[in-house]
Design a protein around this ligand. Structure first.
Ligand code: ATP
Length: 237
């Protein structure tokens, strides 16, 4: 579904991505983990069209998408949930969700999808008429994910879904994402700073450090989680 080859990008003279190779297959849950400043957000920005790469190639469903604008990629099914709060805080929860389904013509299916999303994130049903800006950080994160799901993306990229969430809430959000992936086959590319929790969910884990993928393993290849830690902290070459 997504094939990234020798991707390089940065800011001015700062080299943030130094030749990334990465692939995501249909219906997989793929994680990119790495410490602060590793280049994780930059990678998602480049793939989603928010930032132009210096060189390399990004293929989405076999089409080269380098440099295409984010709104076009969104229409083609590649949707980013950026880090932090990306909801419209003065609109209600319902209005925010409606924006997610705006481009869809299948209104009946949309209604069923909305119901499913509200079952997945019950707090959003409780607060449906409330102003989104009054939700807690974690609830706003759920709203951002729910809105993205309603866009029916083929590939949803989420930047740090655990950011600012209490541990129990992180478990809930991940359980919901896993259930969604199992039910609909939606492909997920998720960025996280911490390696905690991800092994239970991931089909593939990529460790990004200093702009380079230093480890990429399918779940069947990760026998010892220490391998992951070593790559993360740079104990191995
Ligand atoms: N807008 C920007 N202008 C200049 N440098 C930037 C900008 N955004 C990021 N950087 C730099 O690019 C490098 C990669 O940053 P990036 O935000 O991609 O890392 P990250 O892995 O997402 O980190 P974190 O986990 O802390 O969010 C860092 O050295 C960072 O300082």
């Amino acid at each position: 579904m997504l094939q990234i080859s020798n991707l390089k990008a940065g800011y001015g003279r700062l080299n943030a991505l130094r030749g990334i190779d990465l692939s995501v297959k249909k219906s997989e849950i793929v994680f990119i983990v790495g410490p602060n400043g590793a280049g994780k957000s930059t990678l998602l920005k480049v793939v989603s069209g928010l930032m132009k790469p210096w060189s390399g190639e990004i293929r989405f469903e076999n089409e080269v998408i380098n440099g295409q604008p984010p709104e076009r990629l969104c229409r083609e099914g590649l949707v980013l949930v950026p880090e932090g709060r990306s909801i419209f805080s003065s609109l209600t929860v319902e209005e925010n969700l409606a924006l997610g389904g705006m481009g869809r013509r299948d209104k009946d299916v949309l209604e069923a999808d909305l119901d499913t999303v509200l079952n997945t994130f019950p707090i959003l049903r409780e607060r449906i008429k409330g102003v989104a800006g009054h939700l807690s950080g974690g609830e706003q994160q759920q709203l951002a994910i729910a809105r993205a799901i309603l866009q029916q993306p083929a590939l949803i990229m989420i930047d740090e879904p655990s950011l600012g969430l209490a541990p129990l809430m992180i478990d809930e959000v991940y359980a919901s994402l896993k259930a969604l992936n199992e039910r609909t086959g939606m492909t997920l590319l998720i960025v996280e700073q911490s390696t905690a929790r991800i092994l239970k969910l991931a089909d593939r884990v990529n460790v990004l450090r200093n702009g380079e993928i230093v480890l990429s393993k399918h779940k069947s290849e990760i026998g010892d989680p220490a391998l992951l830690e070593e790559a993360y902290f740079g104990y191995v070459a």
